[in-house]
Design a protein around this ligand. Structure first.
Ligand code: PMP
Length: 405
């Protein structure tokens, strides 16, 4: 008899994962993945510097490193963040195994049962998975076109306090959010800081897609607008260099970084030295700006193909976001449609997406779906959305006229 801990018993495996296995069949056009396009990885450069690092710098690339992460990497990140208007010294940065580890470590450092974490509806599923083992109450806040409904947030924080929870963190992805592609306005970013200040809460600002902007002007990060050191930033090289390197960083007040480093010692002693060295070399020897410009051009074509195909093939009852960057478009169908059930019909038509429900902390959103345009070619996107349009139309045809609205 296995006696799993409470936290293990509480964690559910997603039924969707099972269905998504079928998306790997070669004739299925999949919008389901959350992955960046491997065609964007600078393979030759990485191969060359990996060989150099292993052959000529093995003390630094093959030995353990410090728990905080390699000094030249933290120095380079400090400069990189300064360009974003974020002032962070090397001591305020810890290198993590992707930003996913940052989420887990924040859970360990901050969350006790009975604490409240405020997240948008929907939010990044991996954040919910990272926080849940620590048994916080995850409070969902509706997401509007320009960011969270902040009046709702204000009331929810007070209500959480009133019923005896301890509000701790507000988790946000202000640039091209996963899963909706939504970007917060500057006004909402400033208002979020005001609320966090009034309520004495920390903000976790997750920015994996920050550099993938295809249209419009960048909006300052919440961290850049912050004057009170209330923001913990999570960043990653997964989307702008290569996801398998597993290099990200957590940036925040020194006391937070110290606590995170202590927890990280217990988790893994240190991150991989080799891949941290590869990122150091990427930042020092590669044309990073040129690389990001090429990435943006690459994904822009795909995003435009998807938006055009949706306009052509979706019935008028469907609504979707029009992101200015990132990797995802989010679609909403009438309330009566269950996109988890619909997935089987879609797979039979050889097209796949991710049903939206798991991204909702409150279990709502059964009529939503996430569409990634990262992996398919523009032609496949057109064909795949055409197939999906058929599936949705069939689904709607089975509903009564009242349900179709
Ligand atoms: N945060 C968000 C919002 C994400 O979309 C992802 C990856 N899909 C992550 C964090 C984790 O990415 P990684 O661990 O590769 O940095």
């Amino acid at each position: 008899m296995l006696r799993f801990a409470e936290r293990t018993r509480g964690v559910k495996r997603s039924a969707i994962r099972e269905l998504l296995k079928y998306t790997e069949q070669p004739d299925v056009i999949s919008f389901a993945g959350g992955l960046p396009d491997p065609a964007t990885f600078p393979v030759e450069f990485l191969a060359k510097v990996a060989a150099e690092e292993i052959l000529h710098n093995s003390m630094k690339s093959l030995q353990y490193t410090t728990t905080e992460g390699k000094r030249p990497l933290r120095e380079a990140l400090s400069r990189w963040l300064a360009e974003e208007g974020i002032a962070a010294t090397m001591e305020e940065i810890v290198i993590t195994n992707g930003s996913q580890q940052g989420l887990d470590l924040l859970g360990r450092v901050f969350l006790d049962p009975g604490d409240a974490v405020f997240v948008s509806l929907p939010t990044y599923l991996g954040a919910l998975q990272a926080f849940r083992p620590y048994h916080p109450t995850l409070v969902g806040i509706p997401l509007e076109e320009d960011g969270m409904d902040l009046e709702f947030l204000r009331r929810a924080i007070r209500e959480a306090r009133r019923v005896g929870y301890t509000p701790k963190l507000i988790y946000v992805i202000p640039d091209f959010q996963n899963p909706t592609g939504t970007t917060w306005s500057e006004e909402k970013r400033r208002e979020l800081l005001r609320i966090a200040g009034e309520e004495d809460l920390l903000i976790v600002e997750d920015i994996p897609y920050r550099w993938l902007r295809y249209r419009g002007d960048p909006i300052p990060t919440v961290a850049a607008l912050d004057k009170e050191k209330r923001v913990i930033v999570l960043l990653t090289f997964s989307k702008i260099l290569a996801a398998g390197l597993r290099v990200g960083a957590l940036v925040g007040p020194q006391e937070v970084v110290n606590a995170v480093v202590t927890m990280k010692q217990g988790a893994d002693l240190c991150g991989p030295s080799l891949t941290q060295r590869l990122v150091v070399r990427f930042l020092s020897d590669y044309d990073v700006r040129g690389h990001i410009a090429r990435l943006c051009q690459h994904y822009k074509v795909k995003l435009e193909a998807m938006l055009a195909a949706l306009a052509r093939h979706m019935p008028e009852e469907a609504k979707w976001t029009r992101p200015e960057g990132g990797l995802f478009v989010w679609a909403e169908l009438p309330q009566a449609v269950d996109t988890t059930k619909m997935l089987e019909r879609a797979l039979a038509r050889k097209v796949a997406y991710v049903p939206g429900q798991p991204f909702f902390a409150d279990g709502s959103g059964q009529n939503t779906m996430r569409l990634s345009f990262a992996l398919a070619s523009a032609d496949e996107i057109e064909k795949g959305i055409q197939r999906l349009g058929h599936v949705v139309k069939e689904e709607l045809a089975a509903l009564s006229p009242a349900q179709r609205r």
